[in-house]
Design a protein around this ligand. Structure first.
Ligand code: PHE
Length: 330
C-alpha cells in the first residue's frame, strides 16, 4: 500500500494525478482488487482486513483530493502569471470619429422642426424639369431660371437645384393638410468662397384649408426657429422674390459676430441673410391640383448655418475632408 501514497505525492500534473486515481480507485484499480480478495480471507480475519482496507481507502482518497487541489491551484497561478496584463503599458490612443459639422447642423434643424410637428420627407436628387421648375411656377425660358445654374443630363433630367421639388412630390402624393420639411443635397454650377457645386438645404412647407395660414404664422415659426439656433438675435424679414411664393421674403438675423454693429462677415451691414420664404404662390397649388388651400414655404442652406454656428470662414473647407478641421468638432 505504501507505494500508492508515494505515487499520489509525486504526481506533478493534473493528468498524472488522474492516472493515479484510476489506478487506485478505477474499476480495475487496486482497491477493487483488494476488496475482491476478501473472499480468500478466512472468516475470522475478514473484519480486521476490511477495517484496515477502509482506513487506507479513506486516507488515500483524502490525500488524492489534497494533491489535486494543490495541483489545480499551482496550475491557475502559473496561467495567471503567464497571461497577466500590464495595465501600465503605453498604448497609442484610439482616434474617435464624429459627425461632420454640416450633418450635425442638419440634425439640429430637423430636430427643431420635428419637435414642432413637421414630418420629414425626401425625394430624388436626379429630378425632371416639371418637379424642379415647371410646377414651381418657373416655366421654360422664365428669366428666374437663371437664378440657379443647373447641371443637366443628356436626356433632359437634371440634378435638383433646390429641395423645393420635394414639396411638389409630397403635395401630389398626399392630401392637405401638410406640415413637412425636406432635408437633402442640392446641386448648382458654382464654386467660390461661398458656393460649392453640392450643398444641403432644408425645405419647409405648410398647407392648410384656405385662410388658415398667414404670413404671421410663417413669421412666428421662423423667428422661434432662428432664436433656437442662434440664441437671442434680432430677426428681420426683407421683401424679396421667388417664383413659387408671393409675397416672398428673405430673412436676416442680426450679425452674431459683431452684434449688429457691422463687421467683415456681415459686410458692415450688421445683418446676415439666412433664409428664403413666402406664401405659396397659387400657381404652385394649381400645378399639383390643390384647391381652396393656403400655405407657406421656406428654404435654407445648411452649410450657411453650420458656418455661422461654428464660425467657419471658407465654405469650401467643409468639403475638403481635412481631419485637422474635423477634429475640432469631436
Ligand atoms: N428654393 C429656394 C432656393 O433654393 C428657397 C425657398 C424655398 C424660398 C421655399 C422660398 C420658399 O433658393
Amino acid at each position: 500500500m505504501q507505494e500508492w501514497y508515494t505515487a499520489i505525492q509525486s504526481a506533478d500534473t493534473i493528468d498524472k494525478i488522474e492516472e493515479v486515481r484510476l489506478a487506485i480507485f478505477g474499476k480495475k484499480g487496486i482497491m477493487a482488487a483488494e476488496f475482491a480478495r476478501m473472499k480468500e480471507v478466512p472468516d475470522d480475519q475478514k473484519g480486521t482486513f476490511a477495517k484496515e482496507l477502509n482506513v487506507h481507502k479513506e486516507a488515500l482518497n483524502n490525500l488524492l483530493l489534497d494533491r489535486k487541489l494543490f495541483l489545480a491551484m499551482a496550475h491557475l497561478e502559473a496561467t495567471m502569471k503567464l497571461e497577466a496584463l500590464d495595465v501600465t503599458l503605453y498604448s497609442p490612443t484610439v482616434e474617435r470619429g464624429s459627425l461632420h459639422p454640416v450633418m450635425e447642423t442638419m440634425d439640429r434643424i430637423v430636430e427643431y422642426f420635428t419637435t414642432m410637428n413637421f414630418a420629414v420627407h425626401t425625394g430624388p436628387m436626379v429630378e425632371d424639369d416639371f418637379h424642379n421648375f415647371e410646377a414651381l411656377n418657373l416655366p421654360k425660358y422664365h428669366p428666374a431660371r437663371d437664378m440657379q445654374d443647373t447641371f443637366y443630363f443628356k436626356d433632359g433630367s437634371l440634378l435638383r437645384t433646390h429641395t423645393s421639388p420635394v414639396q411638389i412630390r409630397t403635395m401630389m402624393n398626399t392630401q392637405p393638410p401638410i406640415r413637412m420639411i425636406a432635408p437633402g443635397s442640392v446641386f448648382r454650377r458654382d464654386y467660390d468662397i461661398t458656393h460649392t457645386p453640392m450643398f444641403h438645404q432644408v425645405e419647409g412647407l405648410v398647407v392648410e384649408e384656405e385662410g388658415k395660414v398667414s404670413f404671421a404664422n410663417l413669421k412666428f415659426i421662423l423667428e422661434d426657429f432662428l432664436k433656437t439656433m442662434f440664441g437671442e438675435v434680432e430677426v428681420r424679414f426683407r421683401p424679396s422674390f421667388f417664383p413659387f411664393t408671393e409675397p416672398s421674403a428673405e430673412v436676416d438675423i442680426s450679425c452674431i459676430f459683431c452684434a449688429g454693429s457691422g463687421c467683415r462677415v456681415c459686410s458692415k451691414t450688421g445683418w446676415l441673410e439666412v433664409l428664403g420664404c413666402g406664401i405659396v404662390d397659387p400657381n404652385v397649388f394649381k400645378a399639383v391640383g390643390y384647391e381652396k388651400v393656403s400655405g407657406y414655404a421656406f428654404g435654407l442652406g445648411v452649410e450657411r448655418f453650420a458656418m455661422l454656428i461654428h464660425r467657419i470662414g471658407d465654405l469650401r473647407s467643409l468639403f475638403e475632408g481635412d481631419v485637422r478641421l474635423l477634429e475640432q468638432f469631436r
